[in-house]
Write a protein that binds this ligand. Sequence first.
Ligand SMILES: NC(=O)c1ccc[n+]([C@@H]2O[C@H](COP(=O)([O-])OP(=O)(O)OC[C@H]3O[C@@H](n4cnc5c(N)ncnc54)[C@H](OP(=O)(O)O)[C@@H]3O)[C@@H](O)[C@H]2O)c1
Length: 252
Amino acid sequence: MTENISDKRAVVIVTGGTRGIGKCIVKRLHDDGYAILFTHSNSDASAIELANALHRPDHPCVGMKANATTLGIEKSIFDKAETLGDVVGVVNNAGITGTISKLAALEDESLSKIVAVNLVAPIRLCREAARRWNDRSSRSSIINISSVAARTGSPNEYVVYAATKAAIETLSIGLAKELAPRNIHVNAVSPGTVDTDIHALAGEPGRAQRVAKNIPMGRPGRPEEIADAVAWLISDQATYVTGTVINVAGGL
Ligand SMILES: NC(=O)c1ccc[n+]([C@@H]2O[C@H](COP(=O)([O-])OP(=O)(O)OC[C@H]3O[C@@H](n4cnc5c(N)ncnc54)[C@H](OP(=O)(O)O)[C@@H]3O)[C@@H](O)[C@H]2O)c1
């Protein structure tokens, strides 16, 4: 029987890959040799542009419009990724802060969406990975993108966002222990402030520069610096690393 080359290709799923940190993770992992399936919910033009820039038939980079809050979407994401090859990694990157406000002003709709995107969706994708990787014996990897907010609590800005990030770190630690016997690694990367569109979407485009004075290194992080940590965790340089949270936060 002829073996299909795509069965051998190592594929990584990256959620929220169309801009900011996720886009850098897509580029870096694709550069490192992985085929990529990345998702987004809205930014169609950016998705097409990114896929067009990176995709080659023998080295795929494919975008998928897949709102993280859609029930059962994790199954469609994995189904699509498996058409590209052997899924070896999941990076749960998609995240939203909601508009900057005190908790008292947070509406129910925003509250539900923040929890759905930042916590429920990554949990479902982790669960899908645990199910799909039942028969894998070689190493697989889940990397959840947290935030320095998990440690600061982000008072007066977005405490619910911060709470979801703390929860995703706890999930990563527990799930790592649960899945270690199956050679599935689970880690989190916790960025400090990075100058991406997330701050404008929260209502303060200049936030990264404003908070820079509180960062020991005196500057926001670059998306590439977060992608470096993800690339290391998924690589064969990190074969004994699981259940950890890597702070990439300029000293915070
Ligand atoms: N930037 C920072 O300062 C910072 C600091 C710490 C942690 N982080 C974390 O790093 C991750 C990336 O942040 P970023 O700053 O790069 O954000 P960003 O620039 O706003 O990008 C977010 C990405 O997620 C996608 N996305 C948003 N909602 C989605 C949904 N419902 N379903 C699917 N995809 C969705 C967006 O595409 P669509 O708009 O098309 O959906 C976009 O590709 C997040 O988890 C964030 O919490 C960021």
